[in-house]
Write a protein that binds this ligand. Structure first.
Ligand code: F6R
Length: 242
């Protein structure tokens, strides 16, 4: 693992965007794995700025997002489809038909999981996967006690995750209880992984991911077994590293 500690949330985003841009300069038709949430926002902002100022080109890029809430239609403002359009896709020259998220409205979620993983492989596999991390060390929505061999599947969200995500909803009861998420196996098959974290509330999860025991109770710890992981942190998220 390569660990980069930056001075701020914004700087974390800039470093991450530079890595994504470097990937696209080397391979313009890269397949990117993307995350939602607060963590990658400065990275998306910087990528949009690079697109506008330097012409960073997304026209040949394909993207696969980690997850979507179950029962959430793409045009629902709380959906991850909506989040990605709002914060990134609509602001760069990516082709809408090259952007994929799991279908939270699928009737057969197990079949949808298989379809999603097969589609990733059909597009050549993920070149660079961007991840955030939950306070409970989840990646995607792979909650503690995860099965490391899982592909994209339906997951029941932890109470801690529901509480953390409630900041985006009016009431706690409105937060969906289920999501469809890439599994650990799907994530580990990416050629390169970029894990981002900011803030003191992520420091313990980062410690578990980087130097804790590899165990299903800390899903992100599996990343220690991947051959190409870069971790980009702000100082607060790095505070518990030795
Ligand atoms: C989002 C995702 C989650 C988040 C994690 C951190 O697509 O898969 O694993 O990355 O919950 O969320 P934030 O960045 O909002 O703290």
């Amino acid at each position: 693992m390569r660990i980069i500690i930056t001075d701020s949330y914004r700087q974390m985003g800039r470093e991450a965007a530079n890595m994504v841009a470097g990937q696209l300069y080397l391979k313009p038709d890269s397949v990117l794995g993307l995350a939602t949430g607060s963590t990658p926002l400065p990275m998306y902002r910087r990528l949009i700025a690079l697109h506008r100022s330097l012409g960073l080109d997304f026209s040949e890029v394909t993207t696969f997002n980690l997850d979507e809430y179950v029962g959430m239609a793409p045009d629902n403002p709380q959906s991850y489809h909506y989040f990605m359009n709002e914060n990134f896709f609509s602001k760069v020259n990516i082709r809408p038909d090259h952007t994929y998220l799991p279908d939270g409205m699928a009737e057969d979620l197990e079949a949808e999981g298989h379809r999603y993983d097969a589609l990733i492989q059909q597009k050549g596999g993920i070149d660079l996967q961007v991840l955030g991390i939950g306070q409970n060390a989840h990646i995607g929505f792979n909650e503690p006690d995860v099965k490391f061999e899982a592909i994209t599947h339906c997951v029941e969200l932890d109470e801690e995750t529901i509480r953390a995500n409630s900041r985006f909803f009016q009431r706690l009861e409105d937060v969906p209880r289920y999501a469809i998420s890439m599994g650990i196996k799907t994530i580990m098959m990416a050629r390169r992984i970029l894990l981002l974290a900011n803030g003191a509330n992520k420091a313990e999860a980062v410690r578990k991911a980087v130097c804790g025991s590899v165990m299903p109770e800390a899903p992100a710890s599996i990343l220690q077994l991947h051959r190409d992981v870069t971790v980009i942190l702000d100082r607060a998220a790095a505070a518990r590293l030795p």
